[in-house]
Design a protein around this ligand. Structure first.
Ligand code: ADP
Ligand code: MG
Length: 645
């Protein structure tokens, strides 16, 4: 209430531009004992910013993604902590907020990254050790500010906010004070002055959550676990200012598509609730990173809670965790698409290992411009030790230099090691009971992969048919040169001129802003053909074979081959799967809202396997679908709208 409003937020008057959310991706190694551990991987590192993944649509291509940082399978907990988390802690003492979010499908390593194990403590214990030490030093007698640290621990489950330090308290409300600080009245706050204090509160609360998890069908993988550490500062002398910095450390709900895994009933409802918060999180991150004027924080509990700690003057890092096994493939692609602003299609088979480094080195990274300058410029050696070296710190500043890098366990206080061990025993039991990988039945995956393969074959068949058609057109052209004079010369150009179907070496398709796409495609328009000057009306063939629609706007009759229709559908599908919300708006019948819904659907459910899946998107009815197809299929088949697809 009123008291809080006296808290001075440093920088509140300056209004810096909203901060981008930094995005790191961490690929975990194969985990022994899980199915698929012997498969070849389907994801691979390129450098410390980028990775590539096989493209199931086209075995001749890989998809390359670039991030603020990429941590490969041999990266250590210390790499992630020192590279992406430790540098932001100092901002807490400047009265700014920060958040670290672990995203990704269940089983991909979110909990490992955030909590870790006794031998490999994760972000949470490392950050707490450093924060306790930092506040001790900064708040020592004789220093200008007195510091105190408190912790809260909560869970967002089915859009309810539950206090894990007081499980009886029920759903809590999230409020905003007059300065825009977000608070939860009634949420337990425990003061902590040592790491032992932290564990005393955290361990039993984690246990509560784990017990609930086994009973309630792996609830823990469906809820967001939010640890809040607050650093309060009071000036010892006049003018007795106060500052508050909040750090959120969040183990997000699994991002896998629960619908695809066939969950029903309660599970489906749960996944719906997870979808809301993860879906809105995606929109918020996107809005912040694109600098959009409206950021939809209020659309979910999670983002509402993070409103003052994501964007604004806050420092946020999203760590997308991914797994190398094939059965994670679709979830991995969807997690990468969630995390990425851009990707590149490189045509070269994924299996061709020897080529990689040489071919990739000279590739100009146009998406760098979209991503902005990268902060983390360190090079990570694969075999790095678990000890932090100062030259690896991304943003050294006065306060952060005081943060001591974590010591090797052997050189740590034995009491501390013992506590870490007990923390990890707990985590170990959680990990083994949670059996997080097993709720994605292997058989279902196999069926999906099979469908994918069949689709690929179908595409190959269509390509061959198209080649036949092209040959025919050429033969006709040769036999009947007069017809050529009636039409514009470009109209009878063979289909093979179209970029999509031709395997040129090292073709690169960069997902780019619409404007660029339109510029590019202006030149492609000239390549359409199969148009005959015939009557004053245009027949547009409808997709389901019903009455053709008559349009009097020009005097061309389109003679559409099934191959061309299929081609148009494929292009729509590609655009649906790869286009940004902006790109999607270039489609007829798709406005900004529908475009967002389509992007959201894709983030949650993975790629559309056929154009008709669009009907699963909220607000797209059968009728709309029909007119959508009619309106788009021809222009896309003609390459009028979207260059790279
Ligand atoms: P999530 O929390 O995303 O469901 P977990 O963190 O529980 O996934 O990880 C699943 C399994 O993989 C656990 O057994 C975990 O110990 C192991 N694991 C995850 N990441 C790594 C890693 N970087 N190195 C070694 N093992 C890992
Ligand atoms: Mg987990």
């Amino acid at each position: 209430g009123g008291g809080r409003c006296r808290l001075s937020k440093v920088g509140a008057n300056r209004r810096p531009p909203p901060a981008r959310v930094r995005v790191a991706v961490r690929l975990r190694p194969f985990v022994d004992g899980t199915a698929g551990a012997s498969d070849p991987p389907c994801v691979r590192a390129i450098d410390s910013y980028s990775l590539e993944i096989a493209n199931w649509r086209n075995h001749q291509e890989t998809l390359k993604y670039q991030f603020d940082a990429f941590y490969g399978e041999r990266s250590t907990q210390q790499d992630i902590y020192a590279g992406s988390v430790q540098p932001i802690l100092r901002h807490l003492l400047e009265g700014q907020n920060a958040s670290v979010l672990a995203y990704g499908p269940t089983g991909a390593g979110k909990t490992h990254t955030m909590l870790g194990s006794p031998t490999q403590p994760g972000v949470i214990p490392r950050a707490l050790v450093d924060l306790v030490q930092l506040t001790r030093e900064e708040g020592a007698e004789g220093r200008p500010w007195a510091l105190s640290v408190t912790m809260s621990y909560l869970e967002i489950y089915q859009e309810k906010v539950l206090d894990l330090l007081d499980p009886s308290s029920g759903d809590l409300v999230i409020r905003e004070d007059c300065r825009g600080n977000i608070l939860i009245p009634g949420l337990t706050q425990k003061p902590i002055t040592s790491f032992a204090d932290f564990e005393r509160h955290f361990l039993p609360a984690s246990r509560n959550r784990t017990v609930g998890a086994t009973r309630l069908n792996q609830r823990s993988s469906r809820s967001h676990a939010v640890l809040l550490v607050k650093v309060d500062q009071r000036e010892r002398l006049a003018p007795f200012r106060q500052r508050e910095g909040k750090l959120y450390l969040i183990d997000l709900a699994g991002s896998e598509d629960n619908r695809r895994t066939g969950n029903k009933g309660l599970r489906l409802k749960e996944s719906g609730a997870i979808n809301t918060s993860l879906f809105v999180l995606g929109k918020v991150v996107d809005a912040l990173n694109q600098g959009l004027p409206r950021v939809p924080y209020r659309d979910s509990k999670l983002t509402r809670l993070l409103q003052d700690s994501l964007g604004g003057s806050a420092h946020s890092i999203l760590i997308a965790n991914i797994a190398p096994e094939r059965r994670f493939y679709l979830d991995t692609v969807s997690a990468l698409n969630f995390a990425a602003r851009s990707k590149e299609v490189i045509n070269r088979p994924f299996t061709n290992e020897s080529l990689q480094l040489h071919v990739l080195a000279p590739v100009k990274l146009s998406q760098k411009e979209l991503l902005g300058p990268s902060e983390a410029k360190r090079a990570r050696g694969p075999e790095e030790e678990e000890i932090g070296s100062p030259e690896h710190m991304a943003a050294p500043a006065s306060a952060s230099q005081k943060l001591s890098p974590l010591q090797k366990l052997s050189s740590m206080d034995p009491a501390m090691v013992e506590r870490l061990l007990s923390l990890d025993r707990l985590l170990g039991s959680q990990g083994s009971q949670g059996a997080p990988l097993l709720n994605t039945p292997r058989r279902e995956r196999m069926v999906l992969m099979k469908t994918v393969e069949e689709k690929d074959l179908e595409i190959e068949r269509l390509k061959m048919k198209q080649k036949e058609l092209e040959a025919k057109v050429l033969a006709q052209e040769a036999a009947n040169p007069k017809e050529k004079e009636n039409c514009s010369p470009t109209m009878l150009r063979p289909l093979s001129h179209r970029t999509v179907t031709v395997a040129k070496p090292l073709k690169k398709a960069v997902v780019m802003p619409l404007q660029l796409i339109q510029e590019q495609t202006a030149s492609l328009n000239a390549e359409f053909h199969i148009l005959k000057n015939k009557s004053r009306k245009r027949k547009v063939e409808s997709l389901d074979g019903s009455e053709p629609e008559m349009k009097a706007e020009d005097c061309w009759e389109l003679q559409i081959s099934p191959e061309l229709l299929a081609h148009g559908r494929q292009k729509i599908l590609d655009l649906l799967n790869e286009g940004s919300a902006r790109d999607l708006r270039s489609l007829q019948r798709i406005g900004p809202k529908k475009a967002q819904l389509i992007v959201g659907w894709r983030e949650l459910h993975g790629p559309f396997s056929q154009v008709e899946d669009l009907e699963q998107v909220e607000g797209i009815t059968g009728k709309l679908m029909e007119s959508f197809l009619k309106a788009n299929i021809l222009s896309l088949a003609a390459g009028q709208r979207c260059g790279p697809y």
